[in-house]
Design a binder for this molecule. Structure first.
Ligand code: NAD
Length: 505
């Protein structure tokens, strides 16, 4: 069950979390937090301005030496307690995530919250397993050792689609490795990031190790990325904003981690289990109302199965129940906002000019008309180079295209700017094996689409960015490797000095 609370009362002091306490912003601009299922404002706060970003970076800078100097075991203990506190808060976290994002409660309860708890538990263990090469005498005169060190203050920027999980993915590997963090959630979804940081403090994370600035992208976000006190920018969001972030970060030569947009292909070969593919496509396209960077968005179906697949997906989409996110029978909630719903509707309206809307393609009327709802939508007959097939829509919309040869199916799957995730559906291990080798993406599922686990990396190729979230691979992002070389000869005049002094060495 969810545990409800009054957001305005709880965050009366403001939506900035600096050095362990809540504060208001000083930007002079306020931001509404809206329940997208009703359009009602549930909270309003003053956005962070440059002063809050500066204060957060300063707090993170102050906290860095002690946190970086803690032993892996000490950091691990704190993260274990953090996982436990998050688990205690599960009911409130699920409530806030569903209220702020319109996610069906069953998604918040079974995916967002337990996924974040598991991430904390994973990084509590992983903190004690930082990898490096063996120390040794790679030159006869020296002992070499590798130190893996934290980078410093990390400025993290997160999107609105999975606010709690994105906070977890950005923050946990960074602090496990000894960094301190300033996290900027999307300004429309600050609630569970604040709750996450408060839970960390209750678990004993020292003040200043994790700070939250709830501010707008253009000012607080850009100020954070350009800040000279920030050593690394870790960004998850759209490819367009990612490019802007990269430009700004270059000015101060920051390390960059970019998790960007996606347009995942879903490739169905003609020997696939049709029922599995149909269910997989509908679930993979509709999860989180399609606002998932790995959602199935382009189904390529080998011609013998194409028409049956289209009919099966249309029938199944028609059974999906839109409704109140807190009603246990609801399958699909609203989109994040009316703006996003209208953006999605725009893509579909334009597609009517060149493709067939098989089902959906409208906002529901009646009780749901106030919310940002949009019906599950299936589009057939679009050309590969059309907008609906190439652009990231971020809504409950699936396009289906036929293909003939396996070569063609794989080539079509690779034919967008993006390379975040993909799936291949077949009973033939050689076909799926080939697809996993040849599809350019950070993840390829075989006979499934969407599941993620803390132990395995998540991150893109091509315009979907670079770097990995989750898993031990994320330590490559949040640590730097230092080579330490000890002379072991004890001599004043080293053998190699001949290259400078010649026979006087
Ligand atoms: P967005 O790019 O609009 O915003 C992301 C974040 O960047 C927000 O916090 C926003 O305030 C901030 N921002 C906006 N402009 C900025 C600027 N000029 N400088 C600094 N920060 C700025 O993305 P969104 O609409 O919030 O989220 C949806 C996008 O996120 C989709 O493209 C989706 O694919 C992507 N996403 C990717 C992953 C991944 O792991 N690759 C995961 C989730 C979401």
């Amino acid at each position: 069950m969810e545990q409800r609370f009054d957001v305005t009362e709880r965050y009366a002091e403001g939506a900035q979390f600096l050095a362990g306490r809540l504060r208001g912003g000083t930007s002079g601009r306020t931001q509404a937090v809206v329940d997208p299922a009703t359009g009602d404002e549930v909270y309003r706060y003053e956005l962070a301005g440059p002063a809050e970003v500066d204060a957060a970076v300063e707090a993170a800078g102050r906290a860095f030496p002690e946190w970086a100097g803690a032993t892996p075991g000490e950091r691990s203990d704190t993260l274990h307690r953090f996982a436990a506190v998050l688990a205690e808060d599960a009911g409130e976290l699920a409530f806030a995530e569903s209220l702020n994002c319109g996610k069906p409660l069953k998604l918040s309860k079974e995916f967002d919250v337990p996924g974040s708890v598991d991430n904390a538990a994973f990084f509590a263990g992983a903190a004690r397993h930082l990898e490096g090469k063996a120390a040794g005498e790679y030159s006869p005169d020296h002992t070499s050792a590798v130190r893996r060190e934290p980078i410093g203050v990390v400025g993290s920027i997160a999107p609105w689609n999975y606010p709690l999980q994105m906070a977890a993915w950005k923050v946990l590997p960074a602090i496990a490795a000894g960094n301190t963090v300033v996290l900027k959630p999307a300004e429309i979804t600050p609630l569970t990031s604040l709750m996450f940081a408060q839970a960390a403090t209750r678990a004993g994370l020292p003040d200043g190790v994790l700070n939250i600035v709830s501010g707008a992208g253009r000012d607080a976000g850009e100020h954070l990325v350009g800040h000279p006190g920030v050593a690394m920018t870790s960004f998850t969001g759209s490819t367009g904003v990612g490019k802007r972030v990269a430009e700004i970060a270059t000015g101060t030569v920051k390390r960059l981690h970019l998790e960007l947009g996606g347009k995942a292909p879903f490739v169905v070969f003609d020997d696939a289990d049709l029922e599995a593919a149909v269910h997989g496509a509908v679930a993979g396209a509709l999860i989180n109302s399609g606002q998932d960077c790995t959602a199935a968005t382009r189904a390529y179906v080998q011609r013998p199965l194409h028409d049956a697949f289209v009919a099966g997906v249309a029938d199944l989409m028609a059974t999906v129940r839109l409704g109140d996110p807190f009603d246990p029978s609801t399958d699909l909630g609203p989109l994040i906002s009316h703006t996003q719903r209208d953006r999605v509707a725009g893509f579909v309206e334009r597609a009517r000019g060149y493709a067939r809307v098989v089902t959906g393609g409208e906002a529901p009327q009646g009780d749901l008309a106030k919310g940002a709802y949009y019906r599950p939508t299936l589009i057939a007959g679009a050309a590969q180079d059309s907008e609906i097939v190439q652009a990231e829509i971020f809504g409950p919309v699936l396009a289906v295209l036929p293909f003939d040869s396996d070569d063609e199916g794989i080539a079509l799957a690779n034919d967008t700017l993006y390379g975040l995730a993909a799936s291949a559906w077949s009973r033939d291990v050689y076909r799926t094996g080939r697809a996993t080798r040849e599809i350019k993406a950070g993840c390829v599922w075989v006979n499934d689409h969407i599941p993620i686990i803390s132990e395995m990396p998540h991150g893109g190729a091509k315009a979907s960015g670079y770097g990995k979230d989750m898993s031990a691979y994320s330590f490559e992002e949040y640590t730097q490797v230092k080579h330490v070389m000890y002379d072991i000869t004890g001599t004043a005049r080293k053998d190699w000095h001949r290259t400078v002094f010649g026979d006087r060495a």
